[in-house]
Each structure stands twice: as structure tokens, then as C-alpha cells.
Design a protein around this ligand. Structure first.
Ligand SMILES: Cc1cc2nc3c(=O)[nH]c(=O)nc-3n(C[C@H](O)[C@H](O)[C@H](O)COP(=O)(O)OP(=O)(O)OC[C@H]3O[C@@H](n4cnc5c(N)ncnc54)[C@H](O)[C@@H]3O)c2cc1C
Length: 293
């Protein structure tokens, strides 16, 4: 979106293809996470600007090298593929990817284990313990959205400013599920989160009774749940759903096709570096690449 916009601003004729039925990629997942509703506003900005600049948008088009042959420049922003860890039983019905859960294709049960406690693991934990939207909500990002009102209630934010400091007692509803947030690393869960906001996210999950375990070694998944070892001690989590948030790999299947067809392409965003979730880096890189065309 950022590349298309900048290229169009500079006078290029731009076509933006997306395999999905809407533009935005992972922003369409991020905007569903309670507290991240503003991602919907970024999407609104891009949709408006791309329309103003006359960028041709082709949705539901998973393109291959053949469709890209006639363009002077090709920019590949194909994003990522969620990583699937090799745990025996990973194909069990109890297992769901974070994409299925956040998009609502699968509804998590009452007891849930999340494998992977990075940024997405935390997002999914917040999403699944949100008492006001137990199966998630797609916010439209507007100030009168009930999800935003619920967020203010939970944190005791008084927007009327009738209370001292704009703070009133937080209102806590019991979380709709019991959750375990697990990581293989032995460091404290959430240690890698952003410095200024990580403590808020850990506090929120603690208040919602989420058990955070580090040093987990996953043994297998079966009808009785998730079998693991923590600090060498065997543990069975009798859960209904196991959500995989175990990182991402760049989605690059088009690269080889393009090379074989002799088409040069620039790789940006998650398709370039998938180890971190960083929309700012993706937008910055997309903009700079378009400035160089
Ligand atoms: C739940 C969640 C929360 C997040 N929260 C944050 C956050 O708080 N802060 C932050 O900075 N980042 C966050 N991110 C990460 C951020 O959304 C990504 O860094 C960003 O979206 C990467 O953009 P991208 O353009 O590289 O790819 P993507 O957003 O992955 O988009 C790739 C697009 O390419 C399309 N595509 C793939 N292959 C083809 C093909 N062959 N033909 C046509 N189209 C194709 C896909 O349909 C998709 O729309 C979050 C991500 C998730 C999932």
C-alpha cells in the first residue's frame, strides 16, 4: 500500500494486486485486537489515498510471474507464512493458527494454550480473554465503538474528566476463558515486548489470570491436551484449543518464478524480513523503494 501510494504520487501508473478480498494484509488481523483499533484508521487512510491517486486495485488475485510480465517495475510485498512447529500431534483438531482464531474461522474453547509468547501470542491472549468480545470483534475504529468504551472501562479512563486525574475505578468482568501463554525461551515471558508498553500488557494478562510459562518443551498433542515439560518436570495442560503463534517465515514463492521468467522484483516488508512485526519498517521500506523507481 505504501509503495503503491508513493509510486502513484510520483506519476507512475500503478496496479496493486492482492490475493485477499480486501487490501491491508496483516493489518486486517491487527485491527481486530482489542486496543489496536487504530489500525483500521491506517487502512482507511490508504484506501482513500489510493482511490484519490487512481491506483488500480485488483482483489482476489493471487498473481504469478505470467501476470507481472508487462510491468516496468515489480515490488513484492507478499508478507509472511505463519510458522508451524514440528510437535507430534500438530494436526490434531484442537490446534488452530492465530490467523484462524483472529479471523473467527475457528472459535477457541474455554481452556486454551498459546504456543509462542511474542507480540502475536500476547495479542491473541488479550483477544481471547476480552470479556466484552469473547469471540473477537472487528472494530471500525470509530470513537463511539463499543470496543473502545470497554477498553476505557477496563482501565478506568474517565473521558468526561469528572474524576480526579481522569481516572475512575476500573471495571473488571471475569475473562471468558482460562489461558496458558507458553514460550520455549527461558527468559521472562514478555521480555521482548516494547519497553514502554510491555509492562502494561503483562499486567493486563496477569489481572485476567493468564498463566505465563517459560522454558516449555513441547512433547505432543493428543485428545487429553498438550503434553510438555517445564524445567524438566512433565506437565499436561488439559486444554480444548492450542493456538500456534510460533513466528513467521517470509512468503517468497513468487521470487523463484520471477527469476525464472527474467523479471526483476524488489522485496519489501515481511516478505523481506519476517522475524519482527514492524509495520513502521514495512511502510518506510515500501515508501523508499517507490521513491527510487
Ligand atoms: C495480530 C497482529 C498484530 C500486529 N500488531 C502489530 C503492531 O502492533 N505493530 C506493528 O508494527 N506491526 C504489527 N503487526 C505486523 C504488521 O501488520 C506487519 O508488519 C505488516 O502488515 C507487514 O506488511 P507487509 O506489506 O509486509 O505484508 P502483509 O501485511 O503480510 O500483506 C501481504 C499481502 O500480500 C498478499 N499476497 C501474498 N501473496 C500474494 C500473491 N501471490 N498475489 C497477490 N497477493 C498476495 C496477501 O494477501 C496480503 O494481503 C501485527 C500483525 C498481526 C498479525
Amino acid at each position: 500500500m505504501a509503495s503503491a501510494l508513493t509510486a502513484a504520487e510520483r506519476g507512475h501508473t500503478v496496479t496493486l494486486f492482492d490475493a485477499a478480498g480486501e487490501i491491508g494484509g496483516q493489518f486486517n488481523l491487527a485491527r481486530r485486537i482489542p486496543g489496536k483499533e487504530e489500525f483500521a484508521e491506517t487502512l482507511r487512510y490508504f484506501r482513500t489515498r489510493l482511490a484519490q491517486l487512481g491506483v488500480k486495485i485488483e482483489l482476489n488475485r493471487r498473481v504469478g510471474a505470467a501476470e507481472l510480465r508487462d510491468f516496468d517495475h515489480v515490488i513484492l510485498a507478499t508478507g509472511i507464512v505463519p510458522r508451524t512447529p514440528s510437535i507430534p500431534g500438530i494436526d490434531h483438531d484442537k490446534v488452530a493458527s492465530y490467523v484462524d482464531i483472529v479471523e473467527g474461522r475457528k472459535v477457541a474453547g474455554r481452556r486454551v494454550a498459546i504456543i509462542g509468547a511474542g507480540g502475536i501470542g500476547f495479542d491473541v491472549a488479550e483477544f481471547l480473554t476480552d470479556a466484552d468480545a469473547p469471540d473477537g470483534h472487528a472494530s471500525d475504529g470509530r470513537a463511539d465503538d463499543p470496543a473502545i468504551a470497554a477498553f476505557r472501562d477496563e482501565w478506568g479512563i474517565d473521558v468526561e474528566l469528572t474524576k480526579r486525574g481522569g481516572l475512575r475505578p476500573p471495571h473488571e468482568n471475569p475473562p471468558p476463558r482460562q489461558l496458558w501463554l507458553l514460550q520455549r525461551k527461558t527468559e521472562k515471558v514478555g521480555a521482548g515486548l516494547a519497553k514502554t508498553t510491555g509492562w502494561i500488557r503483562r499486567t493486563l494478562l496477569k489481572r485476567r489470570g493468564v498463566s505465563m510459562l517459560s522454558g516449555a518443551e513441547y512433547e505432543k498433542i493428543d485428545d487429553s491436551g498438550l503434553h510438555l515439560k517445564v524445567d524438566g518436570e512433565p506437565l499436561l495442560l488439559d486444554v480444548d484449543t492450542i493456538v500456534i503463534c510460533a513466528g513467521q517465515e517470509p512468503r517468497r514463492e513468487l521470487v523463484a518464478d520471477l527469476e525464472a521468467a527474467g523479471i526483476k522484483a524488489k522485496l519489501i516488508g515481511g516478505a523481506d524480513v519476517a522475524v519482527e512485526l514492524d509495520a513502521k519498517r514495512a511502510i518506510d521500506q515500501g515508501t523508499r523503494v517507490a521513491l527510487e523507481l
